[in-house]
Design a protein around this ligand. Structure first.
Ligand code: MN
Ligand code: MN
Length: 455
């Protein structure tokens, strides 16, 4: 038995690992393709169907979606549901700018779209950069128009303009929270006025009119159709390797689609289990987990009740929950070079040291925390150490400096065991979040080991 904890980089064990490189490349494609919760859920659905999963709950490999924004997936184990399950949950939503329902207006020779930001963003990070629009528009006849603008090389992009430094002398004196206003996060969509065929000088707002014409030509929609639309502005462009050694991945939406991707891969690759394996990917985590597709909804409960019934199992849903072992798969904030003083170094996580277990979340005196039980952590330690998978135990930043929560506390309210575990991310919630490829790979290994554990 080691008397002292030795912390080493996970790279020691995973230089030139082919599986790691393959996973990183697949992850880049996944991140580049899926930038909204709807896109992610529909991508997952495709993958599941290719792997023989069905919506008929009497089968052994099943899934169910709700409102195209959340998904429940299960693989039947040898033992009944009430004897225990292995569940991983993660969230498919990421911070972004949502178009308002009345978005369009013309001002100072451009047509713009008003936005309402979604989740915890630093507003200045969204200015003066290429943005893409991803969305759905539902017509009154129920027809759904899915679209993505600004991702292909020959597509135009959109952007929010920022004040030139020459005229920003007042702005730079302000506090950051006052210097960048939410009502100024308006996206430029066009500039050319509609041709004035009738020479009618009185015709106003011709740039907006031109945009409406273009939208009609492309999607056959009118302005009122934007009432029943969900359009998100997200950073345009693909995820990329970062650094000459390609050890890092930069891209939008890694919180928490990194965990979605890794847990789904682990789930699909893990053996036929003793215990039923469950994945649930929720929406709305970034805004408090409310709503019909968030972790506070009853969707998980409904699915498990239906599963008990369809698999003709006896026992109560309460037993399923009480005997459940779960991982809340979400990203962590490792210590970073320029902001080391935000962390308490002894308990900070490190990039490249493997998946981060976070016993509790919350803020200021653990307020609002799930606090995983010591017994459960011991069980998890045993699994990872036995399989020689690197992992770390950490806390999110210095006490009283801030804090954060995940869906762990909502899942914990059902009574089973749950802990947060996921890879570290630099620049979390920014348009270009950074992960370490060895953390991604070892997190995948950890999730797989958890799913396959039969003790
Ligand atoms: Mn998250
Ligand atoms: Mn987040």
């Amino acid at each position: 038995m080691e008397l002292e904890v030795k912390k080493t980089t996970a790279w020691e064990a995973f230089y030139d690992n082919l599986e790691l490189n393959q996973l990183a490349n697949n992850y880049l494609d996944f991140l580049s393709q899926n930038k909204t919760e709807r896109e992610t859920i529909s991508w997952i659905k495709n993958v599941l169907e290719k792997h023989g999963f069905e919506q008929d709950f009497s089968q052994d490999k099943v899934f169910k979606t709700l409102h195209n924004k959340t998904i429940f997936i299960a693989k039947r184990g040898k033992k009944p549901l009430t004897s225990g399950t292995r569940l991983i949950c993660a969230h498919v939503d990421s911070p972004r700018l949502d178009l308002k329902q009345h978005p369009l207006y013309e001002e100072c020779e451009v047509v713009l779209a008003k936005t309402h930001y979604y989740g915890g963003i630093k507003k200045y990070q969204w200015l003066a950069r290429p943005l893409a629009l991803h969305g759905v528009i539902i017509k009154t006849n129920g027809k759904k128009i899915n679209f993505v603008l600004g991702e292909n090389q020959d597509d135009p992009v959109f952007t929010i303009s920022d004040l030139l430094p020459h005229l920003a002398h007042k702005q730079i004196e302000k506090k950051v929270k006052d210097a960048f206003e939410a009502e100024k996060l308006n996206i430029i969509l066009g500039h050319i006025p509609l041709k004035n065929k009738d020479n009618n000088k009185k015709q106003e707002k011709r740039i907006k009119k031109h945009l409406l014409h273009l939208l009609f030509e492309r999607f056959a929609i009118g302005e009122e159709d934007l009432y029943s639309a969900e359009i998100q502005a997200v950073p345009a462009g693909k995820a990329r390797f970062v650094g000459l050694d390609k050890g890092l991945i930069g891209g939008y939406g890694q919180d928490d689609r990194a965990c979605v991707f890794l847990s789904l891969n682990a789930f699909l690759k893990s053996d036929t289990p003793n215990y039923t394996q469950i994945l649930i990917f929720w929406d709305k985590e970034e805004i408090g987990s409310d709503g019909s597709t968030g972790a506070k909804s009853f969707f998980l409960q409904y699915c498990l009740e239906e599963l008990l019934d369809a698999w003709k199992e006896k026992g109560k849903i309460s037993q399923v929950f009480l005997n459940m072992k779960a991982i809340s798969a979400d990203v962590h904030a490792p210590i970073e070079a320029d902001y080391q003083d935000a962390h308490e170094k002894l308990n900070a996580s490190r990039l490249g040291y493997g998946p981060v277990f976070c016993k509790f979340t919350g803020h200021k005196g653990k307020y609002g925390a799930n606090d995983a039980h010591a017994e459960y952590i011991a069980w998890l330690r045993n699994i990872l150490n036995r399989k020689q998978i690197p992992w770390q135990m950490a806390e999110l930043g210095k006490v009283d400096l801030g804090g954060g929560g995940t869906v762990a506390k909502f899942l914990a309210s059902y009574g089973g065991d749950v802990i947060d575990c996921g890879p570290g991310l630099l620049s979390m919630h920014s348009p270009f979040e950074i992960s370490s490829t060895v953390d991604l790979y070892t997190t995948y290994l950890a999730y797989k080991a958890f799913f396959e554990e039969s003790t």
